[in-house]
Design a protein. Structure first.
Length: 187
């Protein structure tokens, strides 16, 4: 008996589709085109995931930017929770959930995140990004079982912690935090 090749026009019964009653005339092949399409689908999925985590309102921006961001990332509509001294706007996405804390003056004073990845900090920090980068260069990196780091700039403080697929963090501008609010007790 002659062994069947991947290029035969009559594949063996074990390779035929069980759903088809007629015999297939096309060989079972794995082409670069199929693999290319799979790679493209994976690339699109990652782009959507990581782009969605990088377009949130920045510290110091107004409350109106939050709804725009929710539309951009196709985040779920979650009603804001009103507390005595601030309002919490939550934007869940596939990679992480970002909470933005808005002062009574309508400015985002703190941002927290929790999820499988850390969102891009540049868009989250906005005008505070340069201050963060300068401070980060002077902050020693600590390696260990669980990653924890606090970077304190002149105008912003960013605290991150976690491990692979479980990251969380807090970024806040001390000058914008309303009186009587402890940022480490934010829900």
């Amino acid at each position: 008996m002659k062994p069947h090749s991947i290029f035969t026009h009559n594949p063996p019964a074990r390779l035929r589709s069980p759903l088809s009653s007629t015999e297939s005339r096309f060989p079972v092949r794995f082409s670069l085109y199929d693999n290319g399409m799979k790679a493209l689908a994976i690339l699109i999925a990652f782009s959507i995931t990581f782009a969605s985590s990088a377009t949130f309102a920045a510290l110091g921006q107004g409350v109106d930017s939050i709804e725009k961001d929710r539309t951009i990332v196709s985040g779920q509509k979650v009603l804001p929770r009103v507390h005595a001294l601030y309002t919490v706007h939550e934007i869940p996405s596939t990679a992480s959930t970002v909470k933005e804390y808005v002062s009574p003056e309508g400015k985002v004073f703190a941002v927290t995140w929790k999820g499988v990845t850390q969102p891009a900090l540049g868009p989250l920090l906005g005008d505070y990004w340069n201050d963060y980068q300068k401070a980060e260069k002077n902050t020693p990196k600590v390696r260990g079982k669980r990653f924890a780091r606090a970077v304190q700039g002149n105008k912003v403080i960013v605290e991150t912690q976690g491990h692979m697929r479980a990251m969380r963090g807090l970024a806040y501008a001390p000058e914008l935090v309303p009186g009587g609010v402890n940022v480490h007790e934010l829900p």
